[in-house]
Ligand binder design. Sequence first.
Ligand code: ATP
Ligand code: MG
Length: 322
Amino acid sequence: MASSDAIVVRNLKKSYGKNNVLKGVNLTVKRGTMLALLGPNGAGKTTTVRIMSTLLKYDGGTVSVEGHDVASSPDEVRAVIGLTGQSAAVDEILTGRENLIMMGQLYRLTKKSAVARADELLRQFDLVDAGGRSVKTYSGGMRRRLDLAVSLIATPPIIFLDEPTTGLDPRSRIAMWDIINKLKADGKTILLTTQYLEEADQLADNIVVIDGGKAIAEGTAKELKAKIGKDRLELTFAKKAELEKAVAVLGKSIADSSNKELTATTVINDTNKDVAAVLAALTKAKISVSSMAIHKPTLDDVFLSLTGKTKKPATAAKKGKK
Ligand SMILES: Nc1ncnc2c1ncn2[C@@H]1O[C@H](COP(=O)(O)OP(=O)(O)OP(=O)(O)O)[C@@H](O)[C@H]1O
Ligand SMILES: [Mg+2]
């Protein structure tokens, strides 16, 4: 194993009875970087995280965390990781502060150090005001922040975050992203699972797309997008007649886009050349464009093209559609 690798998973296999859940997953996380494990419901994300964090036995392959094999050296692995699971692991009756102090003591901190660490984490996670309240009064976003704080008690260098923002409103999601980015800036190695393409795009250095228990693609968001999509030029016209003329002039290369009125979209390969050519053709035909925009492919496009599914389960469920 190269010394810059914090997590190395090779050919990981896991079945529940006849259900082959992981069919040979490979992934590597370099120390101090963030990897997003991106996949739809049931892809095997939580299963992978639970195995990497020593909570679940597996059937084949190897998993090594900071050079420690999870099967033969689980205690060494536990000493270097923090896990924020998909379902909360905090006591509802206790206050946020009490939860943190209790956890600190479980990690064998003295009472005094546990209190100091709890207060430090409450400040870091913007929970100072809520710290004295029972957790059952917390909002979803506050709970997720407390979950994360609890997993950081022992200042682990490696952090597993299983869907840290699922169910959060946009503002809480952005607050969580800030926190995760700060952890990264502190030099932590982070493996995060998500169903949100945008989240992987915003946060991660590298992305592994997992579906049906297999890694089906990996790379940076930019690489994945480049592999799949091309840039699109979107032209909007003031009148329907102008749009129709433009479609006639530009021919096959431009598609009358159905979702937006008075807008046509074309794929471009070379931005300067193709945009200039489109504008020249329109100018020659005396067609005026009211606005234009270049769209980069999104991870949505990538995900759809790789899995045949969109990120929305409702759409994905309709077989063969979109
Ligand atoms: N304890 C279990 N017993 C049997 N099957 C299980 C068990 N845990 C998970 N599975 C199955 O394993 C597959 C992968 O589940 P997993 O929880 O890893 O998916 P996931 O990618 O985390 O999905 P989600 O986005 O919904 O959290 C699913 O088909 C699930 O039904
Ligand atoms: Mg899961």
